[in-house]
Design a protein around this ligand. Structure first.
Ligand code: DO4
Ligand code: MG
Length: 285
């Protein structure tokens, strides 16, 4: 089942129909056994037709996040470890990435409050003080307030590799700024956890030309999702649950940097495609 958050309320899609729900987003997604809760709700809800659904999705779609914090895990795939070791070689920081990949404790960092998160079909930003920028396509977990993974969405952890590579202590500036994260298009709530063979893929286009594409199965991740959730919840309470990006397994070659106007499509089987256009924050000089 998929939940779409829109400016006019919530839509719930199962494999047959689309329904309008009159619930509060934060209360709804934090229900225990979310899939069963939504299944029961379907029977009492008003269905809408495909034309109305398309119109709403095209004009009113929001990122599937309400009052939740967005966190991120890092260096959970070998490709990310290797890329980071390379970019931070000259700063002397390379060892940190190698060590955190192998350590018991994962790298977890705070990524964004909801107001910095871009929705599907909107802009993500690159920093004007950064010369090397990439998207990071990441399966993103929704974890309820009891620490249980209840749903999934697609995440883009936009990153400045030049700032992060200069010094690992600059990580918050490389990762956290306006529209540095995108989530969407929906919150996917399956009956069972995602299959290990689930594929994440990315395509970056510039003026209609493909600049980069890649894909990876989630089975290639070094850590389990409950393990990441357990570390995040050790000393933090999340009243409304939280979102956790699970790290990237795909990094473009070192000579690639994003440019204004690039289109980034990230797809995950079963969830859909998250599309964003790259821009600068023109309100900042
Ligand atoms: O350590 C830096 C960030 C790592 C990250 O965002 C990732 O591996 O996805
Ligand atoms: Mg990342």
């Amino acid at each position: 089942m998929k939940l779409f958050k829109t400016t006019k309320g919530i839509l719930l899609q199962d494999n047959k129909s689309i329904y309008r729900l009159n619930d509060d987003w934060d209360e709804l997604i934090n229900q225990k056994n979310l899939h069963s809760y939504l299944s029961a709700k379907l029977k009492k809800s008003e269905a809408i037709d495909d034309t109305e659904f398309d119109a709403i999705i095209n004009t009113q779609l929001q990122a599937p996040i309400g009052k939740q914090e967005l966190w991120a895990a890092g260096v959970t795939y070998l490709r990310s470890r290797d890329a980071r070791m390379e970019e931070s070689k000259s700063s002397g920081g390379a060892d940190f990435y190698d060590k955190v990949y192998a350590a018991e404790r994962p790298e977890l960092f705070f990524k964004a409050l909801p107001h910095r998160v871009a929705a599907h079909n909107t802009e993500v930003y690159i920093r004007k003080d950064s010369s090397w920028n990439v998207p990071e396509p990441e399966l993103t977990l929704f974890i309820n307030s009891s620490g249980e993974v209840q749903g999934y969405t697609i995440g883009n952890d936009m990153s400045s590799r030049s700032i992060e590579g200069e010094n690992p202590l600059y990580l918050p500036q490389a990762k956290v700024y306006e529209r540095s994260a995108a989530l969407g298009p929906c919150l996917f709530v399956p009956q069972h956890p995602l299959a290990k063979e689930t594929t994440i893929s990315i395509i970056i286009e510039r003026k209609g030309k493909k600049m980069f594409s890649d894909s990876i199965q989630i089975s290639r991740i070094k850590r389990s999702f409950p393990e990441l959730a357990e570390f995040l919840f050790r000393e933090c309470e999340f009243t409304h649950g939280c979102f956790l990006m699970t790290g990237t397994g795909m990094v473009p070659a070192n000579d690639f940097t994003l440019e204004k106007g690039d289109v980034v499509d990230i797809s995950i089987e079963g969830i859909g495609t998250l599309r964003n256009v790259v821009a600068y924050n023109e309100s900042k000089k």
